[in-house]
Design a protein around this ligand. Structure first.
Ligand code: 6R9
Length: 704
């Protein structure tokens, strides 16, 4: 049969085989205290009550003016929530708690060095610090409502202080993950049009005081090259008064925040009453094509959504000590360290450093010492702690009532260790599936009302109605055992408003795929395309298979293949580059790069090292490839597209699939032989992949 005659069966339609996992019921003690313990809540959020059901979330906030329209669909898919309403996000997260909880800890910050004391920031103290910094941003930095400001801050209390200060002024913040490179920060400064950068001299990571300010200089150079001038760099010092960076302060441009603040002591700034649909922040994420996307989140809809989901899914009560061990530079930290928990007036723990520093008992020591009741982390961290300290949790006397997992699919064996050993069999687990674009959870179990099932996130959350479509837009029925593209049929308040400066891309990437009628203003015609493959069991629970586009999820961070490839191409010797995922026991996925050299050049370790350095420079250490393979040529289609699924198969020792449509099929065996021999020699042969993993590798790059 020639290639043309073969039936077109897409990867997503292939049946997925694995055994169904058994349910775990929540403990009675948990149910007795849960915020959502009455099944009537499921009824209140049933589809016939949409969109009004979300007033229940909005009513968790204080509004300066009520809304006249809960959901405005007049300009699809640019949905507007709570139109006419006005509020201030900072007021809701800080000021309104003063009356009852002035001296309660809002944040408890745990520095990485165990010799340094833990610091509690009370709501009163947070109020003071946020007001002073807001005054500085307004009067010294000249920021006004609607301006953008970029932060490149690590996990220190100064980060939530800066976020809330912006929220107080209606200034749009854009935090770049501290681990990202200066160049990556510069790209985001330019894209968002920020004139101000807020950074820090250094921070602790794995025992070292990392020099961070140097990245600001690279960031500004990059931003300038892209046409964006930064007027001021505001530098917090990890130890006020002592400068920890080797990078010189530039006169008239760089300023120490601790020195500037002396002029703003005790200053108060009125919270600016913002329209519900005013942007609150940007969070950049990777997508299928090169340029990162600035996901723009709203004030009213977003804050209502994270408050509601924090209450019912995180089960946060005023008496809880809640620790989300994510980074605030990731959407999880924005929604579930800062905005959600603080909107509810809880105590939110922040940890500066690496979970395994100085040993894998560290998180459990923190939990014991602070009396943490709710713990929230990612599968990559759970895997690492399980590998390095499988018995450590048993040595500490903490007691969690609730644990969350987020960021990647969790393997059922890892889930069970989390449940039995970390949770000591008495905590519920909520596996939360969602994305940067979504503001808050999309798929999860209501912990007291819906049983847990290892490896599945559960059904759609309250007021969110997911569906799986096949390539033709037909519904893949629950229980059919077939995988497809998971979509959300309806808008919800946490959905991002647009891609900053690129509204066409917003529509094209997320809505065009399954839109039924572009002229329709009925939301039913505009399903949201999430870009994940999934299967739905007969009970309605979803199991997420991973990305269907060319994004590699390393330890919960989405890395675009195009970004990795563009970074490699900054090395002058490189002619072509392709990035593929390899299954990695700890990080979920790791990156492998395949590069081809310009004609006449000989392969060398030096060139491979340059590629690694370029990726670290352009994106950050998180993206460092596990291997860089220099190959004579890439497997390509007749139209010249690199077939990533073929090289992904080689890297993972799986079937490379049909190569008959390649322009150069002979290259495949050649590369396979060379690379697999090298991996054998390096002791890097992966274990046998699960059905789910094999499926993902086979589907990688299927959009090509
Ligand atoms: C919050 C966040 C989003 C991608 C998403 C999916 C994967 C996230 C998951 C999960 C399986 C879960 N993902 N949570 N996969 N189970 N509980 O992670 O945002 O960084 O944008 O990543 O992460 O593939 O599409 P983001």
């Amino acid at each position: 049969m020639s290639a043309e005659q073969q039936p077109q069966v897409s990867e997503a339609q292939i049946a997925v085989h694995w055994r169904e996992e058994e349910y775990y019921q929540p403990p009675e003690a948990f149910i007795a205290q849960a915020n959502a313990a009455d099944p009537a809540i499921l009824e209140r959020f049933a589809e016939e009550h949409f969109p009004e059901c979300f007033t229940e979330y909005a009513n968790l906030l204080d509004w300066d003016a009520g809304w006249h329209t809960t959901l405005d669909t007049s300009n699809p898919p640019f949905w507007k929530w709570f139109v006419g309403g006005r509020l201030n996000a900072c007021y809701n997260c800080v000021d309104r708690h003063l009356a009852t909880s002035r001296n309660k800890a809002a944040l408890i910050w745990v520095p990485e060095p165990e010799t340094e004391d833990t610091k509690a920031v009370t709501y009163q103290e947070l109020y003071r610090r946020v007001n002073e910094f807001a005054a500085l941003l307004r009067d010294f930095a000249g920021l006004q409502t609607g301006d953008r400001v970029t932060f490149h801050l690590p996990m220190v209390p100064e980060l939530p202080v800066a976020m809330l200060a912006c929220a107080r002024l209606g200034v749009i913040h854009s935090e770049v993950f501290g681990g990202f490179s200066g160049a990556a920060c510069g790209d985001r400064i330019a894209d968002s049009g920020s004139r101000i950068l807020v950074t820090m001299d250094g921070y602790y990571r794995n025992g070292d005081l990392v020099d961070h300010k140097t990245k600001a200089d690279e960031a500004l150079d990059r931003a300038a090259a892209l046409g964006q001038r930064v007027d001021k760099v505001l530098v917090w010092r990890r130890h006020p008064g002592q400068y920890a960076s080797k990078s010189p302060m530039v006169d008239g441009r760089d300023f120490f925040v601790d020195e500037l603040l002396a002029d703003y002591r005790g200053r108060l700034v009125e919270p600016v009453s913002m329209p519900a649909e005013a942007p609150l922040f940007l969070m950049y994420t990777s997508g299928t094509t090169g340029r990162p996307k600035g996901c723009q989140h709203s004030t009213g809809g977003y804050l209502a959504y994270v408050a509601g989901t924090s209450k019912y899914y995180q089960d946060i009560h005023p008496t809880d000590t809640y620790w989300c061990a994510a980074d605030i530079g990731w959407i999880t930290g924005h929604s579930y360290i800062v905005y959600g928990p603080l909107a509810l007036g809880t105590t939110s723990v922040m940890y500066e450093g690496v979970p395994t520093y100085p040993d894998p008992g560290r998180p459990w020591r923190i939990a014991e010492r602070l009396g943490v009741t709710i713990f929230h982390t990612a599968p990559t961290t759970i895997r690492m702690l399980r590998k390095l300290g499988p018995d450590e949790p048993g040595k500490y006397h903490y007691r969690f009532k609730h644990m969350t997992t987020v960021g990647e699919p969790i393997e059922p064996e890892v889930w069970r260790w989390y449940h039995d050993t970390v949770g000591k069999g008495t905590a519920v687990i909520v596996d939360t599936w969602w994305q940067t674009e979504n503001g808050g959870f999309l798929g999860a179990t209501l912990p007291a009302l819906q049983p847990m099932k290892p490896g599945s996130c559960g059904p759609g959350v309250l007021g969110v109605y997911p569906v799986i479509y096949d390539e033709n837009g037909d519904v893949v029925e629950a229980g059919s055992g077939r995988a497809g593209n998971i979509c959300i049929r309806n808008p919800w308040p946490g959905i991002f408003q647009t891609v900053w400066g690129q509204p066409d891309r917003f529509v094209q990437i997320y809505y065009e795929r399954y839109c039924r009628d572009k002229d329709s203003t009925d939301w039913h015609d505009w399903p949201y395309f999430a870009g994940d493959g999934a299967v739905q069991a007969a009970d309605g629970y979803f199991r997420i298979l991973g990305r269907v586009d060319d994004v590699i999820n390393v330890a919960g961070h989405r890395l675009g293949t195009k970004e990795l490839e563009s970074a490699s191409l900054t090395v002058p010797e490189i002619a072509e580059a392709a990035a593929v995922p390899v299954i990695d026991e700890l990080r979920g996925r790791a990156v492998e790069m395949y590069v081809a050299l310009k004609p006449g050049l000989a392969p060398s370790d030096d060139i491979a090292r340059k590629v690694t350095a370029a990726i670290e420079h352009e994106i950050g250490k998180i993206a460092r490839p596990a291997n860089v393979w220099i190959v004579p040529d890439m497997p390509k289609t007749r139209s010249g597209k690199i077939m990533r699924r073929v090289i992904a198969g080689i890297s993972n020792f799986t079937d490379v699939g049909d190569v008959s449509t390649l322009a150069n099929p002979e290259i495949v065996d050649d590369i396979r032989h060379h690379i697999q021999a090298a991996k054998l020699a390096r002791g890097q042969v992966p274990r046998e992949l699960t059905a789910q993993e094999a499926e993902e590798i086979k589907a990688f790059g299927h959009t090509e």
